[in-house]
Design a protein around this ligand. Sequence first.
Ligand SMILES: O=P(O)(O)OC[C@H]1O[C@@H](O)[C@H](O)[C@@H](O)[C@@H]1O
Length: 375
Amino acid sequence: MLAPSLLLRALGKAPPSTEVSAPLLPRSQAEMAAPCALTLPSPLSVSSSSPRRSRRSGVVAMASVGQKVYAPGVAVSEGNGGLPKIDIKSPHGSEAEIYLFGACVTSWKVPNGKDLLFVRPDAVFNGQKPISGGIPHCFPQFGPGPMQQHGFARNMNWSITDSEVIEGDPAVTLELKDDSYSRSMWDFSFQALYKVALHSTSLSTTLKITNTDDKPFSFNSALHSYIRVNCSFVKETKSYSFTKHIIVLVLTSILAVQASISGVSVKGLKGCKTLNKDPDPTNPLEGKEEREEVTFPGFVDCVYLGAPSELTLDNGLGDKIVISNANWSDAVLWNPHLQMEACYKDFVCVENAKIETLLLEPKQSWVAEQKIELI
Ligand SMILES: O=P(O)(O)OC[C@H]1O[C@@H](O)[C@H](O)[C@@H](O)[C@@H]1O
């Protein structure tokens, strides 16, 4: 199968190399460069006395951050599978969790307690496989290609470089650098900085990729966001009697053949060029989105080139979620439908992406922001 960048070339859409110098975002850069605004120590709830080892990076970041203190509202604890995670809490009542493994935001709860993100039930937290859910990174490759699917950034330990409070809300910055593992697949020196900032009704992320090598490199990337949507019928029947539960299970199984995610739609993609990976992911169909509202009547796996800076998702749970961005030029919608029968009704992936390959010269950086907001 071809990497999307190769795929674009195969489709005669080779990206111009000049696009590399995509405009940067001065605010993000300034914030990234700002010194750590630590104030009060936050005691760690996990001891560094039993550091876990990864087959690639040795002692994970927990041990190296064991003695550090963080800004108010930021703490490190032991998550699923013993993996270290950052817990950030806003005084406005929202909270999020970020695993250092993959710098994956796995949970974002708004003040009413709803988690707007979704982690698949088959997700593993073993430090070996990417976490399937939340907001995994795809870097330096989106999709299949010369290296592992979606690149290695979601499959490596990131470290915490900064924590701060911005207008009362906590933010944390994670860093990933090349090591022997990444270089075995992609022989370049790079730095990725990923800042996650929590607000009362929004979660924003800023990704900055810098070429720290002495030769140019190219990459593509995405934030593979799993957004929670309307829950499946079976889950809502937990309190039913055993007999009713069986009946519901049988009916649901029969209906599942026709089932679609009802009430879930994405607005804002009309007019975009599309690369539809359904039915053949190796030979995506070029097209143009004609719909005002894109729905999920079945399997969906589609790239939208030149997507707008704002999309609105109706999650079918009574919420409108605005996903805005700066510098993520493309978008991807994905729902596996019956390929993941256990959970396909519970999430859709709305991904901000940079599908066309970017070339970065030595010392050059690329910055992109995403904001997910409940309105
Ligand atoms: O299972 P993974 O590796 O996380 O990928 C899931 C999906 O990710 C999407 O971004 C791709 O468009 C799909 O083609 C892919 O199947």
